[in-house]
Design a protein around this ligand. Sequence first.
Ligand code: SPD
Length: 347
Amino acid sequence: MICRRKFLTAVVATWGSAVAGCHVTARSDRVLRIFNWSDYIAPHLVERFAKLHDCHIVYDSYASDAELETRLATGGGGYDLVFPSDRALVPLLAKELLQPLNKSLLPAARHLDPQFLGVPADPGNRYSLPYFWGTLAIGVRVDRVEPRPDSFAVLFDSRYRGRITVLDDLEATIGAALLHLGYSLNSVDPQHLAEAAQLLRAQRPLLQAYTSDSYKERLIAGEAWVALGWSGDLLQASQEEERIDVVVPRGGTMLWVDSMAIPRAARRPDLAHAFIDFLLDPQIACDNALAVQYATPNAAARRLLPPEVQADPRVYPPQEVLSRSQWLAYRGPQIVRLEAVWRQVRA
Ligand code: SPD
């Protein structure tokens, strides 16, 4: 059996140099351009694919749905493969920025668990296939925060003034405030949003940072003691530093699923399809899940995971937590209400 800790230490040690902006050399006409969330793939898999397919891989990363949307909408990057969340698929499809997948090139898609297929934005999975799913969670330095919290309340606890970070992401951070107030994650009710704005303004003096890309390092260094973040990223931090634990709020949280999709303007859809099929192979999907610590929607890969990972409630929350949680919805034009709250909070 793979020793999870040692495996991850090796992966994390090479993370920055192997993946961020990675360029794997091969025949110059075979270039696959990938744009993915940061820390969201095992670096050795990128290298393995490049060798297998004799191609050059340009790999860039981003830290929010908004960054992906802007990059694709402005035609930047010339990407062949992207990883939008279920919520981000809505505007990308509305703007016709993605191309239909050729399922005959994706035989390994049969391993996907049907419960993760057919997200509302892409009901027949014509344009996307699930990559990983996860939760909005809280990373906690257990040497500083006692007792172990089990809800979003710790984000608003004045005992941790100057030691708290939250995501620089309006849907996630306003969502956490709405859930803490007992409202729906996806509420656009003006009264609910006004209360969330008040709560988040009161939280501001307690914060060390609004950050979507440095919370892991801050937790590991012991600068931050409480961080709102994405489940797998926080688990990666806990693998680096045993005094970090990950809390998935018992009262329910945000659920999301990120997918693999090919931009309409892709120059190498052939390589992009091959890469998607490669990532869907059960053993590769299992290795990738162990590296990034997110939950796999690949049923065959999940069965290959060590039993302790399959049973880890921080990766795969129990049914009672899932049933109290909600998928992040796309709010359409009503997003302006959240943007107004965010402006007040960040001003
Ligand atoms: N480092 C990978 C983070 C992936 C988070 N995806 C969340 C999408 C929520 N809209």
